[in-house]
Design a protein around this ligand. Structure first.
Ligand code: NCD
Length: 309
């Protein structure tokens, strides 16, 4: 039996290296199938999504992943048009969605929301972003992108820059990278360093250094993972304005990078990567978004098939 069958995907911490590599090899396998074979994987299965926060890529990539493996999706992408507005609890909404679908994809503003949903849902729950805590499927997509574009993960120097305090993709990526032998450089404004309540957990898993200056690392890293300052998560707008625009990766910085350094970003981008970087060979964030469709198709296929495809 496939070990992912009917399992929730709540935290990347629940994946060891072997399990990550299994997901990557199923993603490779999916990419080799022709569209007809691919549509057999989840034929007749339904994905239900509940998004309590805005999303473009995550929701659409789940949708398009599910369609590409023969399933369909339904759900609520704007809770203001759902019974949540009438006061329905998350617990009831999740229970109802789990009646109408085979797997549930949840994005919510609160840390712990997906774990809670998994407890009340009859069907497996996939965390598509829980507060500032985690975004495990994004980390799988990020790790897969690194592996495809650099040919390996072990041995790389990885710079992560931007909002390390509120950016949930950063936490999932760091926990995931903890399975590999990597040298991580965290670069952020002083006020946006990774949260002290998570440093212990991250230190247990990997070595990292912290800095406020991107120039200190720019000529040395193999991967530069850029993140957006998470404006909506600041308790105080004044604090946001102090750090807004702290780092902008433009052609000037790009010229100082290793020739084969890749630039990643979970997107959406605001102003932290200038658009003239997009056409360079180093920019891989649009490829990263595309890999997200295939890694999610693999995860859905594994979650919904007792015998892996
Ligand atoms: C990220 C998120 O929602 O955390 N977006 C995404 O899923 N690709 C990153 C962000 O919003 O900055």
């Amino acid at each position: 039996m496939n070990e992912f069958y009917q399992k929730d995907i709540i935290s990347i911490k629940d994946f060891d290296k072997e399990q990550l590599e299994t997901v990557f090899s199923y993603t490779d396998k999916i990419l080799q199938l022709d569209p007809i074979q691919r549509r057999e994987i989840c034929k007749g299965k339904t994905l239900g999504y509940l998004f309590y926060e805005p999303s473009t890529r995550t929701r659409l990539s789940f949708d398009s992943a599910m369609a590409s493996i023969g399933g369909n999706s339904l759900g609520i992408s704007d809770v203001s048009s759902s019974s949540t507005q009438k006061g329905e609890s998350l617990s009831d909404t999740v229970k109802i969605m789990s009646i109408y679908s085979d797997v549930l994809v949840l994005r919510h503003t609160l840390d712990g929301s997906s774990r809670f949903a998994a407890e009340v849902s009859e069907k497996p729950v996939i965390n598509a972003g829980s507060g500032t805590e985690e975004h495990p499927t994004q980390a799988i997509q990020d790790l897969y992108t690194i592996k495809k574009e650099k040919g390996k993960i072990d041995g790389l120097k990885i710079g992560i820059v931007g909002d390390l305090k509120y950016g949930r993709t950063v936490y999932s990526l760091l926990y995931g990278l903890g399975n590999y032998d990597v040298d991580v450089r965290l670069i952020s404004p002083e006020s946006l360093r990774i949260r002290s309540d998570s440093t212990y957990e991250i230190k247990k898993r990997l070595d990292f250094s912290e800095s406020t200056k991107i120039e200190e690392h720019i000529d040395d890293v193999d991967v530069l993972y850029v993140t957006r300052i998470q404006k909506e998560r600041f308790p105080d707008e004044e604090e946001y304005l102090k750090v807004k625009g702290s780092y902008v990766v433009g052609l000037d910085l790009l010229n100082q990078m290793k020739d084969d350094c890749i630039i990643l970003h979970p997107l959406p981008r605001i102003d932290e990567i200038s658009t003239d970087v997009d056409k360079t060979k180093n920019a891989k964030y649009f490829e990263q978004a595309e890999y997200g469709k295939h890694t999610r198709a693999a995860l859905l296929g594994l979650t919904l098939n007792e015998i892996a495809f």
